[in-house]
Ligand binder design. Structure first.
Ligand code: NAP
Length: 302
């Protein structure tokens, strides 16, 4: 060897070895994703020989990317915007819930067979219950928006026993599509309303839980609100916003001013990741680890 000096200055990096297993996340864009930091922090904390890596994938390459995960024997992967729906046709078996929700955000690879799950709705449900202290059972609920997130949440609310789900949207046909899915496949509790209508305002006023699933109010559009001042909150209502940036949207500010209990979307983001982690590893985090993980998550988000 040409090098005689035995002094070693370079640190050996043992984080990734020949035995390390991989988990991925695909989306486009993907650089903003906090999931790699969250999952790698939890894996390091638990001494798991797993690494979570991000991939920006173009739409035309989606099928190839999924086949790649199989070929490279990944444990599983997440799918984020804009592929949560498109990915489903490449998955061998999607859960019944994910099929109704029309979206898969978590995939597990078992011996080359891919299983698709939706952990967004489960994450939403847990964060709502923790933040509010109540469940959806027998409640009348107003859901603002009728996009992908609204569909997953509407299905979840019906599965968890909501008495009536009012879906309020600018484009009534999209709200009607979701009501049909819920009413025909879970139970007949969903109603569609045009956002700016008298029936929408009445449903909003009657509901004990109000959930915003629109991006109105999200950074940088922080002055926007999904509803005008003619939609009035009352103090006993619990108001949830799936937005987490800013942590308090104008919508939540308005609700708080009227004395409502409010919950933002940070917990939903955190728990969708925790449920995905449980699916891949089979490990259920104990309360202490969950608390530490949430603290790390808030640091990553800061
Ligand atoms: P999407 O499929 O594009 O749907 C957006 C819905 O919002 C549509 O129904 C749209 O109405 C409505 N909308 C948009 N702008 C509006 C405005 N200014 N006023 C009133 N309604 C408006 O979006 P998505 O994928 O469901 O995502 C929605 C939000 O959820 C995003 O902010 C996303 O970041 C957030 N999200 C959060 C989490 C979390 O973990 N916390 C997870 C998933 C998503 P039209 O149908 O009339 O166009």
């Amino acid at each position: 060897m040409p090098f005689k000096n035995s002094e070693v200055n370079m640190q050996v990096d043992n984080r990734v070895t020949g035995k390390t297993r991989l988990i991925g996340v695909i989306g486009n864009p993907i650089a903003h994703s906090i999931s790699p930091q969250l999952h790698n922090t939890i894996c390091s904390h638990l001494n798991l020989d797993l690494v979570y890596v991000p991939f920006r994938v173009e739409r035309n390459d989606l099928e190839q990317a999924i086949k790649g995960f199989k070929a490279l024997n990944f444990i599983g992967f997440n799918i984020t915007i804009p592929y949560k729906k498109d990915v489903m046709k490449y998955i061998d078996e999607n859960t019944k819930e994910a099929l109704l929700m029309g979206a898969v955000n978590t995939v597990k690879n078992i011996d080359g067979r891919l299983y698709g799950y939706n952990t967004d709705a489960e994450g939403f449900s847990r964060s709502f219950k923790e933040g509010s202290g109540i469940s959806f059972r027998e409640r009348e609920i107003a859901l603002l928006g009728a996009g992908g997130t609204a569909r997953a949440i509407a299905v979840k609310l019906a599965l968890e026993g909501a008495r009536k789900i009012n879906i309020l949207n600018r484009t009534i046909s999209k709200a009607e599509e979701i009501t049909e899915i819920v009413n025909n496949n879970v139970k007949p509790v969903a109603y569609a309303h045009l956002l700016e209508s008298v029936t929408a305002r009445e449903a909003f006023a009657r509901s004990s839980v109000i959930i915003n699933t629109t991006p109105a109010g999200m950074h940088p559009d922080i002055d926007s609100c999904p509803v005008g001042n003619d939609f009035e909150f009352s103090p006993e209502q619990i108001v949830y916003d799936v937005i987490y940036n800013p942590v308090k949207t104008r919508f939540l500010h308005r609700a708080e001013e009227k004395g409502c209990k409010t919950v933002n979307g940070l917990g939903m983001l955190f728990y969708q990741g925790i449920y995905a982690f449980e699916i891949w590893t089979g490990i259920r985090l104990d309360d202490e680890t969950l608390k530490e993980s949430y603290k790390s998550f808030l640091t990553i988000m800061a």
